[in-house]
Design a protein around this ligand. Structure first.
Ligand code: AMP
Length: 453
């Protein structure tokens, strides 16, 4: 795999320097994008399919970095430049019932795979925005929870399909969709897809689209399992790595509050939710039950709060997300899966009320704030028994989370350093114990000492 430097491309020249199709450039201007973000500047030129380009790319980038346009633009550019006969301008015929009444399956040219319905719907929204001046390219989402007839109707003639893997394969097995015309496959949040058990579905989609020209894979990390997936389904991928875990989220302030008990945690949360600086917030819960109960409690306490989790119907989830986007909901209480990919720039605060199961989910959670160039605040509440999980999060993000206290809500006891946790430098042991360099020990010790808010 060949690493690509993020400075290899002309970010200074704006989008025009990227030589994208003119209708796409107009849509970009309508959206108010002036400069490509670093991930766009690094990923778009090698991904463009013209000339000898069109490389397979493996891109690590943080959420909120503009990664969606980084893969949509080269793919949409390729489709929009295809000769009419090949392009889906003839797509009006595809997926429609011909005169004989026999249904002809849809045959998309590009496939974007997402781990969750919410992300798929968001990506589809971005694709539709980017195609507003491009004629003849339609976008459809294929996600669970949507009635089949509606889905099939939307799928008819679509050139770009944004899908969750399970539902896509259902439709394929039902004969509603052909995948042999697919030229571009994008895997968004590939790490999450593996977490959610989609490895076999991805292998099957890989086989069904074997004649494709290009595969683009986006993932928060290049963990070994992601590299193994890339080795299986990509051809000599180039690697675009922009951020490391350490320099991620510098625009998001992170704070930790140690709490003695669940009721103490609740008081700290209540205190915070009364902060007038909050425009909108996501409060993360560990389970669907906790999510429902907390949302109810907050409603009773007079907050405009709703719950969002995977057990709710898709219609309800959509309505709640819409209410959040329109500002009718101020506090969204959510689980990890449901909140993945939410892109609402007015979310100023993220609260980790229930800790994430996995350290990398913490990074996804806090990335719901500080979007589109804004700053954000991520507040984590933890009990002494959570100290190892906090250690794992700090190790994963390779930075300590400063611990603070609120006057009147100080914890009675502070957790001891974990015996077997990993230090934020990735080594065994813990700051303050033997092994860490003196300066580093002092830094971590200072960060772990509570300071007043
Ligand atoms: P993403 O990482 O794709 O979820 O994008 C995060 C946010 O950045 C979205 O609200 C995008 O609309 C926005 N965005 C993407 N590219 C640009 C750009 N070049 N300039 C300004 N905003 C952008």
């Amino acid at each position: 795999m060949n690493p690509i430097s993020s400075t290899a491309t002309g970010r200074d020249g704006g989008f025009a320097a990227l030589d994208l199709a003119e209708p796409l450039l107009r849509a970009i201007a309508d959206l108010g994008y002036v400069q490509p973000t670093p991930v766009q500047a690094a990923a778009i030129p090698p991904a463009l399919t013209r000339d000898a380009g069109g490389a397979d790319l493996m891109v690590s980038s943080q959420t909120g970095s503009g990664k969606t346009a980084a893969y949509l633009l080269p793919v949409l550019d390729a489709l929009s430049r295809q000769p009419v006969a090949e392009a889906p301008r003839d797509g009006a015929r595809r997926g429609r019932a011909p005169a004989r009444g026999r249904f002809e399956p849809a045959a998309p040219l590009a496939l974007v795979l997402c781990p969750t319905r919410e992300l798929a719907q968001q990506v589809a929204g971005d694709a539709i925005d980017l195609l507003r001046h491009t004629r003849g390219l339609r976008v459809a989402t294929v996600v669970g929870g949507m009635p089949y007839p509606v889905q099939l109707q939307r799928l008819a003639g679509a050139a770009v399909v944004i899908a969750t893997p399970g539902r896509l394969l259902d439709l394929h097995r039902g004969g509603h969709l052909r995948l042999d015309a697919v030229q571009h496959v994008v895997l968004d949040e590939a790490d999450r897809m593996l977490d959610l058990g989609f490895a076999e579905d991805l292998a099957e989609i890989h086989r069904l689209t074997e004649s494709r020209r290009q595969t683009l894979m986006f993932s928060a990390t290049f963990a070994p399992r992601i590299q193994a997936l890339a080795a299986r389904i990509m051809r000599d991928p180039q690697r675009v790595a922009l951020e490391t875990a350490q320099d991620r989220h510098t625009h998001i302030e992170q704070r930790l509050y140690w709490c003695d008990s669940p009721s103490h945690k609740r008081r700290v949360l209540d205190h915070w939710l009364r902060d007038e600086a909050i425009e909108q917030a996501i409060v993360f819960a560990s389970t669907q039950i906790e999510c429902d109960e907390l949302a109810q409690d907050l409603q009773q306490a007079g907050f405009a709060a709703v719950a969002l989790h995977g057990a709710l119907s898709q219609g309800l989830r959509n309505r709640r997300l819409q209410a959040l986007r329109q500002g009718q909901v101020r506090i969204l209480v959510a689980t990890d899966v449901a909140a993945r990919g939410i892109d609402v720039p007015t979310i100023t605060h993220v609260f980790n009320y229930g800790l994430p199961m996995k350290a990398e989910d913490y990074v996804h959670r806090i990335g719901r704030t500080g979007r589109a160039g804004r700053r954000g605040l991520a507040v984590t509440m933890a009990e002494p028994r959570d100290r190892r999980r906090i250690g794992a999060i700090e190790a994963f993000s390779r930075q300590p989370i400063p611990a603070l206290t609120i006057p009147g809500l100080e914890p009675q006891r502070l957790p001891e350093a974990p015996r077997h946790g990993r230090r934020p430098d990735g080594n065994r042991g813990w700051a303050g114990r033997s092994g860490a360099p003196r300066a580093q020990r002092a830094e971590f010790a200072a960060a772990r000492r509570p300071a007043a808010r």
